[in-house]
Design a protein around this ligand. Structure first.
Ligand code: GSH
Length: 252
C-alpha cells in the first residue's frame, strides 16, 4: 500500500506523482494545505521532521524527500526503469538531479512566493510573521525571514531568473546534442525532476525564459503529452488556477 502525503500545487509533490504514474502505480493521497500549515502539524512532523511535502508511506515505511522518494520508487518498482542501466550514466543522471535540487528548485521559490503566495501573510505584523510563519519552520525559517512579509528584493528575483535561464540553457545544450530527453534516448528521473519547475515558470508567465531555445520548447511539449504528466497535473494543480497572480514587483 502506497500513501502519499502531498499538496496538489507543490512542485516537489508533482515530481513524485509523475514518477509514480509513470510506473502505473495507484496510491492513496493525503492532501495537505500548506497555507493552513498542515505540514507543521505535530502528527505530520513525526512522519517528516522537515515539515515539508511530500512524504511517502509504503507498507508502513516512511520515505521523505522527493528525489529520494523517486529513486526509492524506481528501485522497488523497476518497470519501466527511470534510471540508466550503466553506473556512469546513472551518475550523470544524479548530477542533473543534484543540480536541479540546488539551482532551479531553490530559484523557482522566489517568483512563486512573490507572485502567488505572499497574500498568505496579509494582515500580519513582523512579530506575528516571525511567530507564526518563519519561526516554526524546521527547514525554511531563514528562507522565510529573508523573504519577509513583503517578498524578495529585486536582486533576489534577478538572481533567481538568471539561475533559471542557466538551467534552460543547460537543458538546450543537452537536448540539442542528444535528446529527445535530457539523458538522450532514455527518459529518466532527470526529466521528471525538472518538469514541474518548468511548468511552474510557464504558469507564472515566464515561458520567455526558454522561448528562444527550441529543444527545450519541444521537450516541454513532449513532457506535457505524457499520460503520467497529465495524471500528476490534474485540475487545480497550477497556482494560476486558484490564485490571483501578482505581477512580479520586487521590493528594492
Ligand atoms: N527537499 C525537499 C523539499 C520539499 C519542499 O520544499 N516542499 C515544499 C513544497 S514544494 C513545502 O512543503 N513547503 C512548505 C513550507 O515551506 O512550509 C523535497 O524535495 O521533498
Amino acid at each position: 500500500m502506497l500513501e502519499l502525503y502531498n499538496t496538489p500545487h507543490s512542485t516537489c509533490s508533482q515530481k513524485v506523482r509523475i514518477c509514480m504514474a509513470e510506473k502505473g502505480l495507484e496510491w492513496t493521497d493525503h492532501l495537505l494545505d500548506l497555507g493552513k500549515k498542515d505540514q507543521l502539524d505535530p502528527d505530520y512532523l513525526k512522519l517528516n521532521p522537515n515539515g515539508v511535502v511530500p512524504t511517502l508511506v509504503h507498507d508502513g515505511v516512511v520515505i521523505i524527500d522527493s528525489s529520494a522518494i523517486c529513486e526509492y520508487i524506481d528501485e522497488v518498482f523497476p518497470d519501466p526503469p527511470l534510471v540508466p542501466a550503466h553506473p556512469a550514466e546513472r551518475a550523470r543522471m544524479r548530477a542533473w538531479m543534484r543540480y536541479m535540487e540546488e539551482v532551479p528548485t531553490a530559484a523557482v521559490r522566489v517568483p512563486s512566493f512573490n507572485m502567488a503566495f505572499l497574500p498568505r501573510f496579509d494582515g500580519l505584523d513582523d512579530d506575528q510573521f516571525q511567530q507564526s510563519e518563519s519561526g516554526p519552520r524546521p527547514l525554511r525559517k531563514h528562507f522565510f525571514e529573508k523573504m519577509g512579509r513583503e517578498g524578495f528584493a529585486n536582486d533576489e528575483v534577478s538572481a533567481s531568473l538568471e539561475q533559471l535561464r542557466q538551467t534552460c540553457e543547460r537543458m538546450q545544450e543537452a537536448l540539442g546534442a542528444e535528446g529527445p530527453w535530457l539523458m538522450g534516448e532514455r527518459y529518466t528521473l532527470a526529466d521528471i525532476i525538472i518538469a514541474p519547475l518548468i511548468d511552474r515558470m510557464a504558469d507564472l508567465g515566464y515561458a520567455e525564459l526558454w522561448s528562444d531555445l527550441p529543444a527545450v520548447v519541444d521537450w516541454y511539449d513532449r513532457m506535457q503529452a505524457r499520460p503520467a504528466f497529465k495524471k500528476a497535473f490534474y485540475q487545480k494543480t497550477r497556482v494560476s488556477e486558484f490564485l490571483e497572480l501578482t505581477p512580479l514587483q520586487a521590493t528594492s
